[in-house]
Design a binder for this molecule. Sequence first.
Ligand code: AMP
Ligand code: GLY
Length: 423
Amino acid sequence: MNILVLGSGGREHTLTWKLAQSSRITKLFVAPGNAGTARIAENVAINVNDFEAIGAFSLENSIDIVVVGPEDPLVKGIHDYFLSNEKLQGIHVIGPQQQAAALEGSKEFAKEFMMRHDIPTAAYQSFTKETVEAGCDFLTTLKPPYVLKADGLAAGKGVLIINELKEAQDALREMLVEAKFGEASTKVVIEEFLDGIELSCFVLTDGKNYITLPTAKDYKRIGEGDTGLNTGGMGAVSPVPFVDTEFMEKIETRIIKPTIDGFQKDDLPYKGFVFIGLIKVGNDPYVIEYNVRMGDPETEVVIPRLENDLVEIFEAVGNQTLNKIDLQIKKEAATTIMVVSGGYPEAYEKGKEITGIENIEDSLVFHAGTKLDNEKVVTNGGRVIAVTSYANSYEEAIKKSYQNIQKLHFDKMYYRKDIGFDL
Ligand code: AMP
Ligand code: GLY
């Protein structure tokens, strides 16, 4: 099998690391990849949104499976691009088609999907420039805090949670009238605030069958105690310790099953990962959002717990035989701590040499924003390296990651020292 992974973060390094362990691999490529993927696969300098170049490369290199890491190419229709080309049709693409990718690309589409299929989520209404005053009136009917979401993709920044009514009304006008988030805030979803603890579940579907992967919890804020700006994610834990069998059953019957059935009922072509962001309110799960890909850094704890051959699993997704896969999950917990560049998620510097990676022996080091510069590994992004550890308890695993992070060095390195604090 020849496989091409698209993306350049910790998620893609982890998927590549797992694929590389399969005896079924002949050639493994990553576009564009990072310094970590360069060690275990061949990096190719192609942008994830350059469909023509990806298609041409896939033909030249007899690619069997394309694994799409980030949402952008999915929302832009990379899977449809492959299906629309006679020569590319036979290549399995892991990731939904454009129509289904709108579950992440449009908050309103996702809300309508949930309403149609009776999937528990916060009550909502959506507004446009034309209905901005109705939106301001709607806000007066809600209790604070007010949740405002730009409909489209806004790089994780499109959700505002505001305590004061007046401020929320001003923010709504800014989003709709002044296009605060550009195209993404042409529509705004206003929803009821749900008070609870967040977690995520991950499902892989072939469009008919599905497998439920382990749960995970990530830590999105830059500061300790979940304070400060939102980031892509500063650490993660799997499994989520407060998810017992009973709660997991609620997630399966109320959310996962109706979601997968919903794809079929609505004719949404879906072969790929479904990342369901949940919130536990009292003892009940509600959906906060759908993503049409794996999470980052959730991948860095979910995929290492998988015992199966990932190539076989992806083949089964392509051939719609996921029902034949007997999923095996490691009992041990996995945790990851994200090491970032000082200043992130605001301005930060790049090109700092990273030392000490080779001294880490009993944790896994997944590269996120790194690249090779004359044999040296240097920083090349805000999130730089994820250090993943296994142990019998998440507390021990976290401890192991923190011990190993001490061996890493680069100028202005930062990481949160409290991952797991709320469990
Ligand atoms: P989203 O992009 O929809 O995942 O929203 C980003 C973050 O905003 C979530 O991870 C939650 O922390 C928070 N959030 C979103 N919707 C709600 C809601 N209805 N109630 C409470 N918090 C929310
Ligand atoms: N860690 C959150 C995400 O990948 O969207």
